[in-house]
Design a protein around this ligand. Sequence first.
Ligand code: RAM
Length: 528
Amino acid sequence: MFESDRERWMAVADALAPVIETKLFPAVSVVRPVEDASAYQGWRLDRSGAARGVLVGREPVILDFGVHLVGRVRFKLGGDDGRVLVRFGEAPAEVCEPPSRFPGTLGAEWLNTFELDPDGDGWATVPGRRALRYARVWVEQKGVESETAAIESAQVVAQTSASWSDPPLDPAAEPWQRDLDRVALHTLRNCMHEVFEDGPKRDRRLWLGDLYVQAKTSYLTFRADALVKRCLYLFAGASCDRGLISPCVFAKPHWHGSHKLIPSYAWLFAPCLLDYVRATGDRAAAADLFGIAVHQHTLFDEHANAQGLFDPQGDVLWRFIDWNESLDPQAAEQAVAIYSLNALIELAPFAGRGDAVRPLRRRRDALAAAAREHFYDAGRGLFVSGKNGQVASATQAWMVLADVAPPGEGARVLRRLLEADDAVPPVTPYMQHTVVAAMFAAGMEDLAWQRVRAFWGAMLDRGATTFWELYDPGDPTLSPYGSHLHNSYCHAWSCTPSWFIRRALPTPRPADEANRAAAIGGKAAATC
Ligand code: RAM
């Protein structure tokens, strides 16, 4: 399926490789770790001096670069020839805790420890691209005497395919919105490289759920339309033999998809394509990718039960909706499938496929009717999922976004959700985003802003210079990887405050015509 297209799609993606911009950031200070139960994850880093001519021995020294950075890290070393080691951290805990205390499930290779190996001029460049705000440097004792070394200079040659300057924000923005926007933009910037990555710390992969919200934010900020197009084409080009789209694409050893499918991510390909076509007017891409976007719904049919519900058995699929382990994904998945069909219905005319609208509508109506019949608990006024009738934020949010809630009922469903003591809460910023988006869609502006301010604002209060992969106010060490040291503290799906804020302000959208023209193949196109 799509055999003859895949190679061509990959070629389109290759031709859209972005230019990587660099900028030099020297370390700004030396900091001292202080155990502090009131600090985030139990650690505070207090400034103890300037980052110049720092003497380091067995006792580690922690350098602070002042802000989260992604790039090549280099040190100019002087003094003794001891074995100098460095471990990087995006968050204080990573450079304060002994990693052995929290081994996690991902393996020690993600813990970012390297030996510095200076060249003739005394410069040591750490291999590869790193993600960090802090560097813990120490000299390993070889003999009886402990060696010392001097760090004459520490620098990051930071990289991004976005821009180093922040796109202007409307003067009407409030100070708290400016603060959130600045950090959200930096989060997005630090996740933009050869592709939109989920996070620069670990596997740096292109994930569909992450791309979906990154691209939305990009249209109102960096306007990296060509990069969005490249990513859409990479997903199509890396689809499996059955034409199903992988949830993520690996860059090495060559572009390829992962094996276990996430149905909700495959279905988000269509809304992501629709957003791109709306933002750029690129009807050619709409026509080219419409077929594979529709094809993702065969995954629904393969696992549909007699009641018209998505009901996969066994564990052949990764049923990711949020990282909350107790979440029953079934109803939310059904809603994402409907949300995807709504996008396809809107996309069809731009793809020159007006003929597809009627069958798509029929399918959408059938899925929505089944969802209302089996997942809507009229007594509670809420959508429930699974055998135990679970109530979850994720379920209500996707049902509202997919317009499954009875007309005008979205706000009531979400209000009931806020009153429900047994509701499974969101744990990722991705799901918080979805809940906030649903609140805006249901006209609950005040509550939506309160949530944006409380959730992302709390990360700011805890010292974030980029937003995190996970944040649970009740459990600062929560991690899907068994260790908060493995979590990513600059994560794509956390960048959407900029989308919420800029969407609500009157400024005309930043229009980078050159970039837009490049994205659509060299000529300006009519908007949809
Ligand atoms: C993780 C990453 C990524 C997410 C997937 C489902 O590996 O955090 O952002 O999309 O899970």
